[in-house]
Design a protein around this ligand. Sequence first.
Ligand SMILES: Cc1cc2nc3c(=O)[nH]c(=O)nc-3n(C[C@H](O)[C@H](O)[C@H](O)COP(=O)(O)O)c2cc1C
Length: 133
Amino acid sequence: MEAIERVYQFINDAETYFLATVCEDQPRVRPFGTVLLADGKLYIQTGKAKDVSKQIAANSKVELCALKDGQWLRLAGELVNDDSHDVKVAMLEKMPSLKGMYSADDDNMQMLYFKNATATFASFTGAPEVVTF
Ligand SMILES: Cc1cc2nc3c(=O)[nH]c(=O)nc-3n(C[C@H](O)[C@H](O)[C@H](O)COP(=O)(O)O)c2cc1C
């Protein structure tokens, strides 16, 4: 399995992860659940009206942490905005509950993909494993 697929699978199975951004000199963190693998890119979704989106616009460096079966993943990288209609539709189809809040044609729905990403899989029992994509 390619590194990006493995990372996607882990986050998808974990269902909830915590996304950290930087706001001036203050870290900010919140729960997230959206994830999509499309066109070889790992996407997350948010709303442009949210503080999290404004923080990413000001500083695209983020880190997320997901936990599953005693193993955790830290994924650090930069997020890139992608206004592709197709990728918004794909996200809404994958997580239909989003349709109550977003549509592919509103001015709010935002898809962001990771670039220069470093993923570290860790547990209390084994050595950390680092993959990049
Ligand atoms: C389980 C769970 C999953 C969530 N997933 C997302 C998500 O994928 N994208 C999103 O924008 N907000 C998601 N939220 C809501 C955000 O955590 C919430 O809007 C948060 O306040 C956004 O951060 P901010 O206040 O810094 O903008 C989720 C909330 C929960 C409880």
